[in-house]
Design a protein around this ligand. Structure first.
Ligand SMILES: Nc1ncnc2c1ncn2[C@@H]1O[C@H](COP(=O)(O)OP(=O)(O)OP(=O)(O)O)[C@@H](O)[C@H]1O
Ligand SMILES: [Mg+2]
Length: 368
């Protein structure tokens, strides 16, 4: 039986496309007939394959105009892996659709036509909970949520779970959570394990045992228009995605994944997701230097930080446990809480320069 897995998280850059491409390739290498669908008008996944704009194959937009027996996916060089690419026409569809829940019938018929040819269909959704994403959730068996190992890992997930619940209650009663996947884990960063622990506390058995490490081979492979398996099968990235594919195959061995086997029911998940509005505890566990003198120097005039580089900020705040690659950094200030309770400093970077800052209480700021 075919399992249709939609990979979604409305947050950008968390590893949805990388996971879609490399999970699909890994399933194919493990001899599962797999179809990958690019459901993001940004077409990042499509750029990972040698497909031209006028390729003689079905594009994702065509799935919304059902025509019996007309679907012809692109055959990739990886055995067992077929692909439905996207093009800019998908973005036009997005603009036309106003009331998007429940208008997925043509898509459903299209997928029904082909699903028996595959063991797995993997869908790469874009960074938004728009018509395209929701329509694919209406026809999927499960949702896989990549979560980047960073401070704001859980923010916004409540919204995603709410959409999940609306779709499950109204349009697709069998929609499951395939799992929460931690991506871009970097063991060199002191806070990584704290964040992993926090994600596991929240989502418990929903979190995959496999964690995807930050591995440059994953992005290199994409720039060579290859899957990480084809590019360097011995790399950490390839091994991680093969492990994820194995875990998913194992989880699905008893075809029927009931809620019980997920370890939690939906209400519990939603309750947990609500807690994301209070992630302040994560900071208490972080090994942040409490004697940060120069931070106080700036406390009266944070404007001085504008325009500084990440390197500058690192040297000012003598110890930084922020992810160097992230564009949002946060510091807990050791000054006495003022009337305004400004006990956290957020620094936002654009192209390695501080663009703006915010002084705030974490708890209030993160309610989405
Ligand atoms: N494990 C990893 N190690 C190193 N780089 C990674 C890893 N996963 C993803 N990347 C890189 O991070 C960037 C964002 O990843 P990706 O495109 O997969 O995210 P996304 O969630 O699909 O983004 P979007 O929301 O824009 O669709 C890409 O440049 C990708 O190559
Ligand atoms: Mg993407």
């Amino acid at each position: 039986m075919c399992r249709i897995i939609a990979i979604a998280n409305q947050k950008g850059g968390v590893g949805k496309s990388s996971t879609s491409i490399n999970l699909a390739a890994s399933l194919a290498v493990l001899e599962k007939k797999t179809l990958l669908i690019d459901a993001d008008p940004q077409s990042n996944t499509t750029s990972s394959f040698p497909v031209s704009d006028n390729e003689d194959c079905t594009f994702t937009i065509d799935l919304y105009n059902y025509e019996k027996n007309s679907i012809r996916p692109f055959k990739t060089e990886t055995p067992n892996l077929s692909f439905i690419p996207t093009n800019i026409n998908l973005a036009n569809l997005e603009i036309q659709e106003k009331n998007y829940f429940g208008t997925h019938h043509e898509l459903k018929h299209s997928i029904e036509d082909i699903k028996n040819e595959y063991d797995y269909i993997i869908i790469d959704c874009g960074p938004s909970l728009n018509f395209i994403t929701t329509s694919f959730l209406c026809i999927a068996n499960s949702l896989l949520i990549p979560v980047q190992c960073e401070f704001y890992a859980l923010s916004g997930l409540f919204k995603l779970f709410n959409v999940f619940k609306t779709i499950r209650d109204n349009y697709n009663r069998n929609l499951d959570i395939e799992g929460v996947l931690i991506t871009m884990y970097d063991k060199r960063l002191a806070f990584s394990n704290v964040i992993v622990e926090e994600i596991k506390n929240h989502f418990k058995t929903l979190v995959f045992s496999t964690i995807i490490v930050r591995n440059i081979t994953i992005s290199e492979a994409q720039s060579h228009r290859k899957t990480v398996i084809d590019y360097d099968a011995s790399s950490k990235g390839a091994l991680n995605y093969l492990a994820l594919a194995t875990e998913i195959i194992d989880n699905n061995k008893n075809d029927e994944m009931s809620n019980d086997s997920l370890g939690k029911n939906l209400n519990e998940i939603l309750d947990d997701a609500k807690k994301e509005s209070d992630l302040s505890t994560i900071f208490d566990k972080l090994p942040i230097n409490k004697e940060r003198k120069s931070a106080n120097y700036f406390s009266k005039n944070y404007e001085k930080l504008i325009g500084l580089s990440k390197k500058d900020i690192n040297s000012i705040f003598s110890e930084s446990y922020n992810d160097y690659y992230s564009d949002i950094w946060v510091f807990r200030l050791n000054e006495r809480m003022s009337y305004f309770k400004k006990n956290y400093l957020y620094i936002y970077f654009t192209e390695d320069k501080v663009e703006k800052y915010e002084l705030t209480v974490f708890r209030k700021r993160d309610i989405i």
